[in-house]
Design a protein around this ligand. Structure first.
Ligand SMILES: Nc1ncnc2c1ncn2[C@@H]1O[C@H](COP(=O)(O)OP(=O)(O)OP(=O)(O)O)[C@@H](O)[C@H]1O
Ligand SMILES: [Mg+2]
Length: 223
């Protein structure tokens, strides 16, 4: 098992009110497994992915990454674990504005000083998703869908054991969405990477080996 979330509770406080978003939520992800999560807007999918990816802490419950409990690690230690094992595709991309598309994709490899070795691979990935002529564009010079594709390639470049993808086809047209689905299937097959995808698209959801609906703070498996 690569990732195991147990009894996760998360609430947001707004003045006097508290909104419980995750209510004893459980999810375990096996090696090489694709998991898809659908659910209404505002139900808590992004909150769940942020907690699974250790970017946010639950109020209670535990996150185990490769059987190691990472819930209570220091920020520094968590950041190291995260960079090594987890790739993210954020709903709002979070590209670094002063770096080109190619540099953004290579960002995770710079921390370990491997960017030189990875340039060919980054170029091949860019070709696969139709971004070849955009290598030297800054994020501000890319369309929404192009930025998204850059963010997807950035999440893959280090071949993390698990990729967490928050609505990765949200603003893509049908052809590019299908390309993205192909890419997820390909890396999953080629590298046995696990992928957790949230989506509003039935087509994307259908690639899940296990498919869930997020409802009232919990995941219900679709069978
Ligand atoms: N930092 C925060 N403070 C207070 N409330 C928050 C915060 N972040 C999210 N929320 C609330 O928590 C709920 C879950 O938000 P979340 O972003 O996880 O939903 P989502 O399922 O990802 O929605 P979407 O499909 O629109 O992306 C929403 O009602 C949102 O308003
Ligand atoms: Mg969201």
């Amino acid at each position: 098992m690569i990732l195991d979330a147990k009894n996760i509770i998360k609430s947001y406080k707004n003045g006097q009110n508290s909104l419980v978003v995750l209510d004893q939520c459980n999810l375990s992800v096996d090696t090489g497994e694709i998991i898809t999560i659908m659910g209404e807007s505002g139900s808590g999918k992004s909150t769940l992915l942020n907690i699974l990816g250790t970017l946010d802490k639950p109020d209670s419950g535990e996150i185990l990454l490769k059987n190691k409990n990472v819930t209570h690690l220091s920020e520094d230690d968590i950041a190291k674990v995260r960079n090594k094992h987890i790739g993210f595709i954020f709903q709002f991309h979070h590209l670094l504005p002063e770096f080109t598309a190619m540099e953004n994709i290579l960002m995770p490899t710079m921390i370990s000083g491997e960017e030189e070795n990875k340039m060919d691979e980054a170029a091949a990935l860019m070709a696969f998703v139709g971004l070849t002529s955009r290598e030297n564009h800054l994020p501000s010079q890319l369309s929404g869908g192009e930025r998204l594709r850059v963010a997807v390639l950035r999440s893959m470049i280090n071949k993390p054991e698990i990729i967490l993808a928050d609505e990765p086809t949200g603003n893509l047209d049908e052809k590019n969405a299908r390309k993205m689905i192909d890419l997820f299937n390909k890396i999953n097959r080629d590298y046995q990477q696990s992928i957790v995808i949230t989506t509003h698209s039935l087509e994307v959801a259908s690639i899940g080996h296990r498919q869930f609906i997020f409802k009232r703070g919990k995941l219900e498996e679709k069978i």
